[in-house]
Design a protein around this ligand. Structure first.
Ligand SMILES: Nc1nc2c(ncn2[C@@H]2O[C@H](COP(=O)(O)OP(=O)(O)OP(=O)(O)O)[C@@H](O)[C@H]2O)c(=O)[nH]1
Ligand SMILES: [Mg+2]
Length: 267
């Protein structure tokens, strides 16, 4: 399924949050997609799932189609080729908005984001606009991650916090709930990230829009099957984009201060 609006009956909705769509982007996740979808359906039976597959050469899209054929609460959005995590999520968000979902969840297909943590994230979404499943808040656990990945995540988060002033411990984390009303308040048309800077970009937009952001501790585990799509290019993209946003934000502050001073001189 891709372009046409699906007319199947909407699901019953998650208590206190409403209709929830869990968006799972996939690229070569044939060994993971069945398990992660089954675990989501088990952990939060009222939610619906959208697998967004970028024409994975390993046949992930066909496996996802078979899951959708046997479960009305699972759908698949097929895209013609690999365009990065950010583009896949934006397509999933648009799909959710067109169909009137109340909240969307971002979740990796590789098992790093435990579907069993989803009820806690959704419970927090009753009183928040954005819920970030955090690896770096009290009560969180990170399992089996090599030291270089731990350092990369810690340093990336420190840089994002210092450079952008985003008041969260895990601005790079990709396990999240967004209320669709809050997403509508973000300037998604301006989003340009492809890789994991997408998460930082949305954290910055949410902070600037003044929506309520809360963090919930999660257990994050290294993937057991398939290959990571993390690459030096993705790290480089995050570095130069965060630096660019920081410069932009500083210019904005300076412009505002000058305008305020000018107004004070000419009452
Ligand atoms: N549709 C789509 N999904 C993607 C693309 N790149 C990555 N993904 C998916 O996005 C999720 C996160 O990708 P990972 O490879 O796990 O990258 P990561 O979690 O940042 O890196 P690791 O921590 O090393 O696993 C997985 O479900 C991937 O299959 C893409 O270009 N298109
Ligand atoms: Mg991963």
């Amino acid at each position: 399924m891709s372009g046409a609006i699906d007319t199947r009956a909407p699901g019953p909705g998650h208590p206190g949050v409403g209709r929830v769509l869990v968006v799972i982007p996939t690229y070569n996740e044939a060994d993971n997609v069945t398990d992660v979808v089954a675990r989501v359906r088990q952990a939060a039976p009222a939610v619906e799932v959208l697998v967004v597959d970028d024409n994975s050469p390993d046949g992930t899209g066909t496996i996802a189609d078979a899951l959708a054929d046997t479960d009305d609460q699972v759908r698949v959005l097929h895209r013609p080729g690999k365009e990065g995590l950010g583009a896949a999520y934006l397509a999933g968000f648009a799909w959710a908005r067109e169909r009137g979902y109340d909240a969307v969840v971002e979740m990796d297909a590789d098992g790093s984001h435990a579907p069993e943590d989803l009820p806690a994230l959704l419970a927090a979404a009753r009183d928040a606009d954005v819920v970030i499943g955090s690896r770096w808040t009290r009560g969180a656990r990170v399992v089996n991650w090599p030291l270089r990945r731990l350092l990369l995540s810690r340093c990336g988060n420190l840089y994002a916090r210092l450079a952008l002033g985003v008041p969260v411990s895990d601005a790079t984390g990709g396990y999240r709930v967004y209320r669709t009303a809050a997403l509508a308040a973000l300037d998604l048309a301006s989003v340009c990230s492809q890789g994991y800077s997408f998460q930082v970009e949305l954290s910055r937009l949410a902070h600037r829009a003044g929506v309520r952001i809360v963090e919930v501790p999660i257990t994050f585990a290294e993937r057991e099957h398939g290959d990571s799509k993390m690459s030096p290019m993705i790290v480089a993209e995050a570095l130069w984009r965060i630096t660019g946003w920081a410069v932009q934000d500083r210019r904005h502050v300076v412009r505002n201060r000058r305008a305020r001073d000018a107004r004070a001189r000419w009452p």
